[in-house]
Write a protein that binds this ligand. Structure first.
Ligand code: BEZ
Length: 223
């Protein structure tokens, strides 16, 4: 299946959306971007996901991340569905969401970006889109992708967490360990020599002794 790899420049596609026609790179401008795809409009899991995404819009904005959703129905369907999503959130049933939804009704982007889920098909037997998350940096390159099947809803707290890690590690020479949260200690990158690490991380580098005697498990407070 065609797809896009980490580090690739994300395709600068044109698309119809609930906010009109866009060109993806112009839409992102110099922000980070998150594109999340959905199998179908008016489906239960997708409605809970888009509801949560709408409620978290301020968190994405704080991180300078522009949101954009995609589903394989028309703009008209998306606008009708948006009313349900707002109502699900306990808001007035308006067509306005804090991000556009791409109308990929011909599945052109779903195919180009490798987003089809062969196990989930519509009534005509055509594959639906999987639940993809693509995070694109200000350089328009793919920084992270997550791919869930249609039957498993995503965790938007995890999406914010990985954005925090991506933005930190883009600036500082650290990696974030298992279950890291902002403010937790980080790992010093393995390719940084000991003396350089001491200079780079004045708050301290703490090395865990291991049976191998190798000094690779090096922590530092989050820089
Ligand atoms: C849903 O969003 O609920 C859904 C969509 C397609 C397949 C399964 C679940």
């Amino acid at each position: 299946m065609p797809g896009i790899l980490l580090g690739d420049v994300f395709p600068n596609f044109e698309a119809n959306t609930t906010l009109g026609k866009i060109t993806f790179h112009d839409y992102l401008d110099d922000s980070w971007g998150v594109l999340f795809s959905h199998p179908k409009d008016y489906t239960p899991v997708c409605t809970t996901e888009l509801g949560r995404a709408a409620r978290l819009a301020g968190e994405f904005q704080k991180r300078n991340v522009k949101m954009i959703a995609l589903s394989i129905d028309s703009v008209e369907d998306h606008l009708g569905w948006s009313k349900d999503i707002n109502s699900y959130n306990g808001e007035p049933a308006s067509t306005t969401l804090p991000f556009p939804i791409i109308a990929d009704d011909k599945r052109e982007l779903a195919i180009q970006l490798g987003m089809l889920d062969p196990d989930e098909r519509d009534k005509d037997g055509i594959p639906l889109t999987a639940r993809c998350v693509f995070i694109v940096g200000p350089d328009k390159r793919l920084k992270l992708s997550i791919l869930y099947p249609a039957t498993t809803g995503r965790n938007f707290d995890e999406i914010l967490r990985v954005i925090d890690s991506l933005q930190l590690t883009a600036q500082k020479r650290v990696a974030t360990p298992v279950d890291w949260k902002p403010g937790d200690r980080c790992m010093v990158l393995p390719n940084i020599p000991e003396e350089e690490a001491k200079a780079l991380f004045p708050d301290g580098v703490f090395t865990k002794d291991l049976p191998s005697g190798k000094k690779y498990l090096r922590y530092t407070p989050q820089p």
